[in-house]
Design a protein around this ligand. Sequence first.
Ligand code: ADP
Ligand code: MG
Length: 405
Amino acid sequence: MALSPSDRELLHEEKLRAVGQLVGGIAHDFNNLLLLITFCSDQLLAQIPAGDASRKTVSSISDAVGRASILTRQLLAFSQRQVMDLKVIDLNKVLLRAEQMYCRLINPDVQLKLNLARDQVAVKIDVDQFETVLLNLVMNAQDAMRNGGQLTIETGNEESTDAVNDDTLSPNTNRRVVLRVTDTGCGMSEEVKSRMFEPYFTTKPPEKGTGLGLAVAHGIVCQMNGAIRVDSNIGMGTTIEIRFPAANMADSSFSPEVSNGDDARGVETILLVEDENELRQFLKTNLETHGYCVLDARHGPAAIAVAIRFGKKIDLLLTDVELPEMSGYAVAEALRADDPDMPTIFMSGYGGPDAVCESSSNKDVFLLKPFRITQLLQKVNEVLRRRGAPGLQRSEVATIAADSR
Ligand code: ADP
Ligand code: MG
């Protein structure tokens, strides 16, 4: 039976979703292993004296883990399971900052032009993730303009009209922000256009292309409630358009003070929930070395039992998100029945499509696996100190909670 073009498109979408699910699952399990390798090699490094030849070997392990975690992060992005740190920001500012970097990065035959909207273009995005998307688009444009050309990055505010009606965009608002990246390069055939968002699809030689750039960009943009589309013809250049729902600059959140993990020493009580035994032991030992009192549990019900037995105030909940029995979110919710202000750090290598929505308060912080112990200590210190600053959070929490639905 012949499939109609729309059936074929649907099948294609289904296929991509299935691949995304598989890839996301593998990347998640992999992250746990990488985290363990990172901890072990960091611990070894701390024990090997400076000048010892084996330091180099252990450093190579750390470097390889670093590269592997970039790959798992890309796979999670493609499968739309990144942990997102969404903030309201003026997109123009992000672009002006990126421009300086691109000027150094792209080849001198390519002229970069920024065509920014006069007004603010407020969007709610994860800036780091967005920069990844932009970099991928800029690199693609440069690859398409081997003999030079013009690269234009444009922003604008627009009201939704039939012409730009896009079903894939969240329909909460009809005000949108549009970003256009246009090149005067070689353009794409119909075949390439139909496959460009597939992971590992590339028309470049192996040492040049991974085929992950646009798959990752697509995943990230969709997870940030945006839509991405392409307009391209062979020999006529390419325009990639990304649309986000417009946000309100008034909702722009404050940025907490950042401390450096090294001076983080605490006396507070932390409840640690992690099902991977070895990992839990590592985290516990390290936190204890830094002065914290650590209660630990293997899963949610055990954590609740420990908290009841402890009977005193727990200063911080540090929990894995993916746990047997009940999720990290459910553990936090249960414990907050007694202490609604309990700060929580969620450790996850696998944000899940609801990661952002489920975290309904800015007391919640996500730590993406794999992380380094210094990053964990920094976060713990930051969250505890934020709790210590009186009078600030309540109203902020309310705004952000209402906003992140
Ligand atoms: P990669 O750049 O590693 O090949 P991408 O996912 O970024 O992977 O892109 C996939 C393919 O889409 C590219 O190999 C190229 O054929 C095509 N493509 C992407 N962007 C452009 C562009 N701006 N102009 C022409 N072709 C493009
Ligand atoms: Mg690319």
